[in-house]
Design a protein. Structure first.
Length: 218
């Protein structure tokens, strides 16, 4: 099987009408190659081939970067990515959207080891790994001098969305935004103190992937 190279990464993305700069394609190739190698030894992601990871998971990251640029976020937001796993969507996302400080929050040691190895190779600015429980992540953010509340929290299957609202709500700042990656469209009815800012969807390998951006009144 061919290894991921910037050229075949760019070619594959073009099939989805997506583009990457030379630097982005090179970084994606490095990340996908590393992920494929580590995935042979431990179950980091379901797809075993880099092409499948690119087509089903990395595509989400690129669409998510576009979506985040439409949201009313600060110029340099503090972001928490709950249940970051092997760094999807977060690590490819940071190749396309590199605003502020981004924390990949993951409790499992081996996955944190992979993400730290990947970030050591990729040199993505403002991107860090927090190994520990999500409820403790803001303490580490504060220790680094970035305040004690998040501007943006992202979640993909971290917990059921209704529980997530109660969990993440107190961690968000006054104008903080919660973005949920889901297989389902945003619900028509939300709890009283939450509202839908925006939502979008795209298709990846015949399946709809949805992003919801939620905010709360405090």
């Amino acid at each position: 099987m061919p290894r991921p190279t910037p050229e075949n990464v760019t070619k594959t993305l073009s099939q989805f009408d997506l583009e990457a700069t030379d630097d982005q394609a090179e970084k994606l190739a490095v990340y996908l190659d590393l992920l494929e190698k580590w995935n042979r030894k431990m179950n980091l992601v379901g797809p075993s081939r880099w092409e499948e990871v690119l087509e089903t998971l990395v595509v989400d990251s690129i669409h998510l970067a576009t979506f985040l640029r439409t949201l009313p976020l600060p110029h340099a937001p503090v972001s928490l990515d709950f249940g970051a796993g092997a760094g999807l969507p977060g690590i490819p996302l940071r190749m396309f959207w590199n605003a502020g400080e981004y924390w990949l929050v993951e409790v499992r040691q081996k996955r944190c080891g992979f993400m730290r190895t990947a970030l050591g190779r990729l040199k993505l600015s403002g991107t860090r790994v927090f190994m520990g429980r999500a409820e403790n992540s803001l303490k580490q953010v504060a220790k680094q001098g970035f305040g004690d509340q998040a501007d943006l929290i992202l979640s993909k299957a971290f917990m059921p969305w209704r529980k997530l609202l109660d969990f993440a709500g107190p961690m968000l700042g006054q104008n903080g935004i919660l973005v949920i990656l889901s297989n389902d469209p945003a619900p028509e009815t939300l709890p009283e103190n939450w509202g839908l800012l925006d939502s979008t969807a795209h298709s990846a390998m015949g399946k709809k992937h949805h992003f919801w951006a939620l905010s709360q009144s405090k």
